[in-house]
Design a binder for this molecule. Structure first.
Ligand code: ATP
Length: 267
């Protein structure tokens, strides 16, 4: 693939209701980007700045990408997602041009949420990047964020990182990633609500989400998804033998949970 094109543009139907837990983060996103986008005059009248970017940070698998996609869904905006490594690798040699193309693509599809995963890979250390691409790519990125090379009206820029403290301070200036939100590992009530969300479209005969939440300490959202995946695989194997749907129960999930290693202990 030579560069970003309209095939990369999504129109998510996912909303905040599809994400378990994260009440605080959802409220912050509503206040910081959704309300300002919907009521620009009102926010300006109070001297509130609109635009700029939001950086999400927290342990892997806890919903940063999901939350960004659902933010687009909440405001019925388009969604473009790209990992910094994709820009660096796939588009190597043409990184600046393709980064510009990506921003242009988002601009022509405004209102749009432009989501950059692994922002630290770009901004971590200017010396880390290949000399030829590094500096100019960073400058290009900052110029695009500042709206110097095209209007960013109706464009929301979200970034995700596991390590915000490695970020080059230039990225934190006003109008750039000037707001940082922590996306925490889910606590017990949040896990219960994630489990309920995940159970919605699955055949279940009984679900004690609190009991599963209790037994899944330090599990990320992605870990919980793995628990479901394992339980479903087992149930499917039996279902095929018996040629009937065998709904999942609390016990199936508890059993699968034993086979998944929690990934957020260090947080
Ligand atoms: P990474 O840092 O590894 O990119 P991330 O924080 O962006 O991780 P996501 O990719 O958003 O994590 O989450 C991985 C998967 O875990 C999601 O696709 C979803 O299935 C599930 N998941 C995570 N958090 C939640 C949640 N709060 N509610 C429902 N599902 C969740």
């Amino acid at each position: 693939k030579s560069g970003p094109d309209s095939a990369d543009v999504e129109r998510p139907t996912l909303t905040f209701a599809d994400i378990g837990g994260m009440e605080t983060v959802k409220e912050e996103i509503r206040m910081k980007i959704i309300h300002p986008l919907k009521n620009p005059q009102l926010f300006k009248a109070y001297g509130k700045k609109i635009g700029g970017g939001v950086l999400l940070y927290g342990p892997p698998g806890c919903g940063k990408t999901l939350l960004s996609r659902a933010t687009a869904g909440e405001i019925k905006a388009n969604f473009l997602s790209i990992g910094i490594h994709q820009i660096l690798d796939l588009y190597l040699g043409n990184s600046e041009k393709n980064l510009h193309q990506l921003f242009e693509l988002a601009r022509t599809h405004a209102p749009a949420v432009l989501f950059f995963d692994e922002v630290d890979a770009l901004a971590a250390d200017r010396n880390d990047l290949k000399r030829s691409a590094g500096r100019t790519l960073i400058n290009q990125f900052l110029a695009e964020m500042d709206g110097n090379v095209g209007s960013n009206d109706g464009l929301l820029i979200l970034g995700a990182t596991n390590a915000p403290w490695h970020l080059d301070p230039a990225f934190r200036r006003p109008g750039r990633f000037d707001r940082i939100l922590f996306v925490p590992p889910p606590d017990e009530p949040a896990r219960a609500s994630i489990i309920e969300v995940m159970a919605r479209d699955k055949p279940m005969h009984k679900l004690d989400s609190a009991a599963v939440a209790k037994k899944t300490k330090d599990f990320s959202g992605a870990d919980l998804k793995a628990v479901f995946d394992i339980a479903i695989e087992r149930s499917l194997a039996r279902a095929m033998q018996e040629n009937r749907v065998i709904p999942l129960g609390t016990d199936d999930l508890l059993k699968s949970a034993k086979d998944v290693k929690p990934s957020t202990k260090a947080w």
